[in-house]
Design a protein. Structure first.
Length: 449
């Protein structure tokens, strides 16, 4: 432990380099270290956030918590996460991102481990709310890291590749956590997620890097032979504050945030309640339902990894048209999942393929990339924070409304719970449609150099 503390206190090598081959070698090594640690480390953030979603039906069946209580617990994370995304988005622009990311996932991992020993609703709410705050310490520093280490021409591609971390984390949760729950019970679902989070902590602590200047390297634009832009000049607090105020006052940023909020309602309809829906409405077991939902996560990796490159390569960095296409796919995939026939695993799997590809791309586009395109590069974290607030307010509203609606639709017949998902299904699909409409409103928004 003392060695680890010493590691955090050690200052990186700031000696400037003059030999171009040595600069290139160090740059390439550190850039890949940043990218890979951000991608896999943030995926492990997700495991510590989604653990509850796999465990909902077993917890209800065990009589530990009700559907409404689960909705309240889920919303407590989303509310603190939304506020935290906003605050930590602004802080990330000025932070040592390695330490920021490491502390956040360490606390999240410890909370998951603690929840494996708790049955109290009130403790669940309190700890899950704290988990929401430390979870908000993940995304913005990763995006800031990409901005610091990758040039403008590469940003869409590497942002899209990094966004696969969401789906990596979801796939780990819906496969690994569900497997643990199926053989050891719901408590071990939390404990297993906690151990994964500890692994993420060591990935960030050992492999994440702060700024090129911290390692004696020139700004990324200079290294790439480009004209230096905002993110490449010396950081001045007054300049950063001005850029952040402009971002706050940009109506296009807020319209994108609203579109992301509606998209997150549809996203977390499946992430939070999809397994529960398949178990309660279509008769699947927990492991079967988790496996079907995991298809969306695996396909989401394809969507996120390809969408940034596609928009850069074929649309000149414009995201509007591909965002529209994937938005329509989201509506279609979700509708097929909710209104498709029962006892048809092929249809359910196809719906998750369509939904996963769409959500994977939309997380990249609406969840941050389109906003950071429009915003100043000195306020990337602030733009992501604004989108994050709206996104997770939407997710919080979804969890409360869904939990209340699902429980109120429950009818016990011969000791068996039966649910009517009609109203909540239209709520989820309607949000997906509104997301498409809001995104269309910023079709002609100008990008900021």
């Amino acid at each position: 432990m003392m060695n680890l503390l010493h590691f955090f206190s050690v200052s990186p090598d700031k000696s400037p380099l003059t030999d171009m081959s040595e600069i290139k070698q160090r740059y390439n090594r550190l850039r890949w270290s940043v990218f890979l640690s951000a991608t896999f480390g943030y995926g492990m953030y997700y495991v510590c956030r989604l653990s509850l979603n796999v465990i909902k039906k077993p917890i209800v069946d065990a009589g530990v918590l009700s559907e409404t209580e689960l909705g309240i617990i889920g919303s407590s994370l989303f509310i603190t996460y939304a506020v935290g995304k906003f605050v930590n988005g602004f802080l990330a622009d000025r932070s040592n991102i390695r330490r920021f990311l490491s502390v956040g996932i360490l606390i999240s991992a410890l909370i998951n481990l603690a929840l494996g020993f708790i049955n109290s609703f009130y403790f669940f709410v309190a700890l899950w709310a704290v988990n929401g705050w430390v979870q908000s310490m993940g995304a913005a520093p990763c995006v800031v890291g990409l901005s610091r280490w990758f040039s403008e021409k590469e940003r869409g591609t590497f942002y899209g590749l990094w966004s696969s971390s969401h789906n990596i984390g979801e796939a780990l949760t819906f496969i690994f956590t569900a497997w643990i729950v199926s053989i050891a019970g719901w408590q071990w679902g939390f404990k297993g997620a906690g151990f994964i989070g500890l692994l993420g902590f060591f990935i960030f602590a050992l492999f994440m890097r702060d700024t090129p200047g911290s390692y004696g390297l020139p700004p990324i634009a200079q290294f790439k032979g480009e004209k230096p832009k905002e993110a490449s000049v010396a950081i001045d607090k007054a300049t950063i504050a001005k850029a952040q105020r402009e971002t706050l006052q940009n109506p296009a940023i807020w319209m994108l945030a609203l579109s992301a909020a509606f998209m997150y309602i549809s996203r977390y309809a499946v992430n939070s309640w999809g397994i529960f829906f398949l178990e309660a409405n279509k008769g699947y077991s927990n492991i079967e339902a988790s496996s079907i939902v995991s298809i969306s996560s695996v396909c989401g990796i394809i969507g996120t990894m390809s969408c940034g490159w596609i928009s850069d390569r074929f649309f000149g960095g414009r995201r509007n048209l591909p965002a529209l296409i994937f938005g329509i796919m989201n509506v279609l995939g979700l509708s097929l999942f909710l209104f498709g026939p029962k006892d048809n695993i092929i249809i359910d799997s196809i719906s998750m393929i369509i939904f996963g590809l769409a959500i994977g791309a939309l997380i990249c586009f609406l969840g941050g990339l389109m906003a950071t395109d429009i915003a100043s590069k000195l306020s990337s974290g602030a733009a992501l924070g604004i989108v994050g607030v709206a996104s997770y307010v939407g997710a919080a509203i979804q969890d409360v409304v869904s939990g209340l609606t699902i429980e109120r639709s429950k009818v016990i017949v011969n000791g068996v719970a039966n649910y009517d998902f009609s109203f909540v299904s239209w709520f989820w699909v309607g949000a997906a449609i509104l997301s498409v409409i809001c995104a269309l409103a910023v079709w002609n928004a100008k990008h900021k150099d």
